[in-house]
Design a protein around this ligand. Structure first.
Ligand SMILES: Cc1cc2nc3c(=O)[nH]c(=O)nc-3n(C[C@H](O)[C@H](O)[C@H](O)COP(=O)(O)O)c2cc1C
Length: 627
């Protein structure tokens, strides 16, 4: 197999210096000239746009305003850059699968033996030199304008407030560049930044992330930590920022690999951090480890708010920018989001990097409605007893994969991992209580379901085995089964069965919760002959006819150790938790659009929205079942 990095062959997406022009020509950029507020209006429009699937387009807002402070910006806001798969492919310059194959080939790289092999290797070795970022001593385009500390006013940037209950305005696509205390390691991570005032930003690097590890070094040494936050430039920088590279490996190596050209870096003016020369804006500053401040709440990519928590603070020293900068931003919330497409590329490119620890892994898929870390589907070749279990523990133990809460393994003969209908049936035909692992481990800092932060339950399903016998249980239609259940408990107000032809049909019930649902499940044991897998959700804000959002809700809301029962049938309590469940944390609210803003945008003809769309994506509150 050829290495994808071929001498002289540059990726097609190279002319990114003018990203807006490039997106007009390659991505169907929609330009919106109407004055629109950075608080909620612009984010709501972008949030709706990305839900249009492959039709979704990048958006340029040319007249952002901050009505609350009477500010009109002359800097446009660019959103939804990774609008769909096709555009993501173009940004990457190649199909992400192809890029993954190239990495696999690199990892299998063998020294040449014959003279001919040696000769043919030369151009490839040359190309490898393109991987490493190049530092320049000159000033970059991103430093055409310099704003000194005394003039720094973050209000002058069109920073968005994305959700009604957000604690303020947040930079949502900041490329955060940091260096280790000894200067030997450089890191790029995408972390959101809350604007506290004119000169200070909250640094939401979560505890497991690289910048947080660097921060610990500075705190222990009692030194201020330099940080440079870049905004804009080639969208590939943004993608690199979210890529889960191993600790100590600079993400811009991926830039060089994918673009087949070295990332060109220049030094920040007030600290020693190097940033790409062609980004639009650079916010330079220092984090004083002694200062922490409440960050949030923030409507997050889980579709829930993350609640306020203490995070470090950056004091801005300087802002530099291009003469005509563009402010790029994203909005996160309930899926699908822009991170669906970024995550898809990541998943494809990182497949070969998982193989050294799991060589028999054939493929994996982290569906966006599982908000990535809540659900992984993996296909593997089983070589020995316990093989799938071994993979579960391997995944739960390494890097950001260890955030995964629910892992389902299927065999080589399984359907494609994104054919959810066929795959669902395959899994249910092999679902066996004996092959379910319930364990615990670390969870994403954003996880709200676990009883305590940072650690929580894990569920592993080994569906690699033979089909299980379809039990001779009895089957009722939805209405009859609901009637039987309501004779036992009237808190159950709706019911729908999925995969009835499989060995393990799934029954989903909507409840008006008034007790711990284990008690309800216990009472339903008299109906065990009709039930194989029972899932309980709250009646409000759930639609039993919408499996996409049900999956989102269920995998978000459960902690396997607390919420999954295996007897008398498999039962999953995916209701919102509270004191009835011994849950002592604060249960976060869903991210919901502001109805008045939606109305006003629709009246002005900026968006087109139906009641159906609101419910399909949980944009606003709904409650369709009897009280
Ligand atoms: C849109 C978006 C926003 C993100 N926001 C954060 C954040 O605020 N904090 C965080 O720790 N990770 C956030 N992430 C995830 C990190 O970017 C990701 O885990 C990355 O691999 C971290 O890099 P690191 O391993 O170098 O720390 C975000 C990802 C995306 C796509």
């Amino acid at each position: 197999m050829l290495l994808p990095i071929e001498y002289g062959k540059k990726s097609k997406a190279l002319s990114m210096e003018n990203v807006v022009e490039w997106l007009k020509n390659n991505g169907g950029l929609k330009v919106i000239d109407e004055p629109l507020d950075v608080e909620l209006e612009i984010p709501h429009i972008a949030y709706l746009e990305v839900k249009k699937g492959e039709e979704s387009r990048p958006l340029l807002f040319t007249k952002p305003i901050y009505a609350d402070k009477g500010i009109e910006y002359d800097m446009p806001v660019l959103m939804n850059i990774f609008a769909n798969k096709e555009l993501t492919r173009k940004i990457m310059g190649r199909d992400p699968d192809e890029l993954g194959e190239g990495i696999e080939a690199l990892m299998k790289f063998k020294p040449p033996v014959t003279f001919r092999e040696k000769l043919s290797m030369i151009p490839r070795l040359f190309a490898l030199k393109k991987i490493f970022p190049k530092r320049s001593g000159e000033r970059g385009a991103c430093q055409e304008i310099v704003i000194e500390k005394s003039d720094v006013d973050l209000d002058r940037l069109p920073i968005l407030r994305t959700w009604p209950e957000d604690g303020g305005r947040f930079i949502t696509m900041g490329q955060v560049y940091t260096i280790s205390l000894d200067g030997s390691m450089q890191n790029l991570g995408m972390y959101r930044l809350q604007q506290y005032d004119k000169k200070r930003l909250g640094m939401h690097w979560q505890i497991h992330k690289d910048a947080s590890h660097f921060f610990d070094q500075y705190r222990e040494a009692g030194k201020k930590m330099p940080v440079s936050v870049a905004i804009g430039g080639d969208p590939l920088y943004i993608w690199c920022g979210q890529a889960p590279m191993p600790h100590g490996v600079f993400e811009l190596l991926l830039y060089g690999y994918i673009r087949n050209t070295n990332a060109r870096l220049v030094k920040s003016l007030s600290n020693d951090i190097y940033i790409p020369s062609d980004v639009d804006i650079v916010i330079e500053g220092f984090v004083d480890p002694r200062e922490m401040e409440m960050e949030g709440p923030f409507g997050d990519h889980t579709g829930y708010y993350t609640l306020p928590e203490l995070f470090p603070v950056m004091e801005v020293e300087k802002i530099t920018m291009k003469a005509k900068p563009v402010f790029s931003a994203t909005v996160v919330g309930k899926p699908p989001l822009e991170d669906k497409y970024m995550g898809w590329a990541t998943e494809r490119i990182f497949l070969p990097l998982l193989k050294p620890m799991a060589p028999e892994l054939i493929d994996y898929n982290m569906p966006e409605n599982g908000v990535f870390h809540n659900l992984i589907l993996a296909k593997m070749a089983v070589r020995y007893k316990g093989h799938a279990r071994q993979f579960m523990h391997a995944f739960w133990g390494v890097g950001q994969m260890s955030f995964v809460k629910h892992a389902i393994f299927v065999g080589e003969d399984a359907p494609k991992l994104d054919d959810y209908e066929a795959l669902g049936r395959y899994i249910l035909d092999r679902l066996d209580k004996e092959r379910i692992v319930i364990s615990d481990g670390i969870v994403d800092q954003l996880d709200h379901a676990s009883p305590t932060m940072l650690v929580g339950g894990k569920l592993g399903i080994d569906a690699t085995g033979a089909k299980v016998e379809k039990s001779d249980g009895r089957y009722l239609d939805d209405a009859d089964l609901l009637a039987k259940m309501r004779e036992i408990d009237t808190s159950i107000v709706a019911l729908k069965q999925y995969f009835q032809e499989s060995a393990n049909p799934v029954t989903v019930v909507a409840v008006r919760k008034r007790e711990n649902q284990k008690a309800l499940i216990g009472r339903l044991s008299v109906l065990a002959e009709y039930l194989r897998v029972l899932i309980v959700v709250d009646a409000a804000d759930n639609d039993l006819e919408n499996p996409y959002m049900l999956v989102w809700r269920v995998v978000n809301n459960i902690d396997a150790q607390r919420d999954v029962l295996l007897e008398p049938f498999i039962a999953i309590d995916a209701s919102n938790k509270n004191e009835l469940d011994g849950y002592t944390r604060e249960w976060p609210a869903d991210t919901l659009c502001d109805e008045k803003i939606l109305e006003s945008l629709a009246e002005r003809g900026v968006i087109d929205i139906s009641e159906e769309m609101k419910m399909d994506f949980g944009l606003t509150h709904f409650d369709k079942y009897p009280k």
